[in-house]
Design a protein around this ligand. Structure first.
Ligand SMILES: O=C(O)C1=C[C@@H](OP(=O)(O)O)[C@@H](O)[C@H](O)C1
Ligand SMILES: C=C(OP(=O)(O)O)C(=O)O
Length: 404
């Protein structure tokens, strides 16, 4: 058990680098002509997973938190593990379908129970793919321009993976089928591919034409989906934090949501400042970015009002079934929570102190539990999963003291 006393959280902290943007920038760099310097990568398990995935097609040089990436003639046989990174698994499996040779992509832990079959079924129309327990083996071949349909209501990473496959080859058109979940991540993929010179159109279909070229040096922006747990803990404990870093489009909406909940939150292009108090419930649809559900749910938990977070159906496909595990954290706090019709209905405030929380093997649930522990006093059973996205988080939560 890792225990924290309740108390004001204050200080100035650097946001961790954006995990989704770091992964996309590294992958695009490995496919691009010319050398790219990706600046400011945190050595999270998922960032390292992406480095392992691109190693067979690129030369990598590491200088502190910067990675210098250049494309090379691909190895014919490649085998690597993506650990528990869903994005790396789905993009690597798709991408290597278009690289002549044979690839074994191993995966483990919580990723063993997460969906991949719909993507494999689509790739089997293009080449041979075998799913083994704990690995996917792909025979890659040079593909012409392709046209496929893929489910959009399970994981947007199927679409992102196929977009990288198209960009690395002769292009392609991907038609999303069903409700478009986590769509902001498809837009993030489009933005990164465009930065590397691809043509991407997001309409009824997703049309990608590649020929990627390095933009030179790129800075990884900040990750407010992660750093926001510090903001929630600060606001909920009467403290104040400054979180330095550039927001991505993915997370910017969180500033508006916290404001709508009464908190005093500002962003000037460099720093997010958060203080005041959460005073009002909120009604919001987070189907476009499910990673924001956990910080919003925790903010909602401290308010004596009803909040409704819609569009959360696909949270059950994450590192844990997050519909159940978010509810578990809230119930342990003594907060009322119900899941109905794809929405979480939450009514605070917490009625318990000195709570024991469970991480359920999930980094974002671990972060939610750390922040909740800081708010009401409590213990977290396992902080190991936090290293998936933000290993240094635990130092930040240990105390404002580290910052003095
Ligand atoms: O593309 C990405 O980088 C991600 C997409 C989302 O997953 P789904 O598209 O599977 O919902 C998100 O939850 C995940 O943390 C990162
Ligand atoms: C679901 C996540 O990532 P991935 O799908 O890449 O494992 C996450 O970071 O919460």
């Amino acid at each position: 058990m890792y225990c924290l006393e309740a108390g004001r959280l204050e200080g100035r902290f650097a946001m961790p680098p954006s995990k989704p943007m770091a992964q996309r920038l590294l992958l695009a760099s490995a496919l691009a002509e010319g050398e790219t310097v990706v600046r400011g990568v945190e050595w999270s398990d998922d960032a390292v997973a992406m480095l392992r995935a691109i190693q067979p097609i690129s030369v990598l040089r590491v200088r502190g938190s910067d990675v210098v990436v250049s494309r090379r003639e691909p190895d014919f046989f490649r085998a690597f593990s993506v650990g528990e990174s869903g994005f790396t698994l789905r993009t690597a499996v798709a991408l290597y379908a278009g690289v002549p040779g044979v690839t074994a992509v191993y995966f483990g832990g919580t990723l063993r129970g997460r969906p991949i079959d719909d993507l494999i079924a689509v790739l089997r129309k293009l080449t041979e793919v075998v799913k083994l327990p704990g690995a996917v083996v792909i025979r890659g071949r040079r593909l012409g321009r392709f046209r496929v349909e893929v489910r959009a209501d399970v994981s947007s990473q199927y679409i992102s993976g196929l977009m990288f496959l198209a960009a690395a080859g002769e292009g392609g058109v991907i038609t999303p089928v069903g409700e478009r979940k986590s769509w902001s991540f498809v837009e993030a993929t489009a933005d990164v591919l465009r930065l590397f010179g691809a043509k991407v159109e997001l309409g009824d279909g997703v049309a990608v034409d590649g020929g990627l070229r390095s933009p030179g040096e790129v800075d990884v922006p900040g990750d407010f989906s992660l750093a926001s747990y510090l903001a929630v803990a600060a606001v909920a404990t009467g403290g104040e934090v400054e979180l330095t870093g550039r927001l991505t489009k993915l997370d910017a909406t969180l500033v508006d949501i916290f404001r709508a909940m009464g908190a005093d939150v500002s962003y000037d292009g460099h720093v997010v400042k958060a203080r005041g108090a959460f005073t009002k419930g909120v009604e919001v649809d987070l189907g476009g970015n499910p990673d924001l559900v956990m910080p919003v749910a925790l903010a909602a938990a401290v308010v004596d009002d009803v909040s409704t977070i819609r569009g959360v159906e696909h949270l059950r496909f994450k590192e844990s079934d997050r519909i159940a595990t978010v509810a578990d954290i809230l119930e342990r706090l003594g907060v009322e929570v119900q899941y109905r019709d794809g929405a979480l209905h939450i009514r605070g405030p917490p009625r318990r102190r000195g709570v024991e929380f469970k991480t359920h093997g999930d980094h974002r649930i671990g972060l939610m539990a750390l922040a909740a522990s800081r708010i009401v006093g409590g213990c977290v059973d396992d902080i190991g999963p936090v290293a998936k996205s933000w290993p240094s988080a635990v130092l930040y939560f240990a105390a404002g003291e580290i910052n003095k």
